[in-house]
Write a new protein. Structure first.
Length: 138
């Protein structure tokens, strides 16, 4: 599990909120694009191996490996961006919310396929309210 720090990151100067949101959304877009490709590759590989249409277990394996691993990277990289001064608590809440949703999803991957049980809905709402666009889409 990724541990959220104070949000100071390795940046030599504090970003403005607008810079943080822009860089964060660019980072999330890059990771989301890679995640989409990883999911397509994983399903193609499973089909080629004769594992699809699959039992729920194969779908959950793909979900955990192709979807959650990039989200862990996203949480880690967001926490390293260099949070705007005074915004540390909000950034930590978003990163920690993402990490908690990832852990819940690992424990119960089938919940991700139920609209009313989506473990990412709260963190997505919080990220959207903060001003993220792409980073609010899980």
């Amino acid at each position: 599990m990724v541990t959220a720090g104070c949000g100071g990151g390795s940046s030599s100067h504090s970003l403005t909120k607008a810079e943080f949101l822009r860089k964060g959304d660019a980072l999330c877009k890059k990771i989301n694009d890679g995640r989409s490709a990883a999911i397509q590759i994983a399903f193609a590989k499973a089909r080629k191996q004769g594992r699809l249409p699959a039992a729920k277990k194969v779908t959950e394996e793909i979900y955990v490996s192709a979807l959650l691993a990039p989200l862990e990277q996203e949480a880690d990289e967001l926490s390293e961006l260099g949070v705007p001064k005074g915004e540390e608590d909000e950034e930590n809440a978003i990163v920690e919310g993402l990490e908690k949703a990832i852990e819940k999803s690992k424990k119960n991957p089938d919940r991700a396929f139920r609209p009313n049980a989506d473990p990412f809905s709260k963190v997505a709402k919080r990220a959207k309210e903060y001003g993220f666009e792409v980073c609010a889409q899980y």
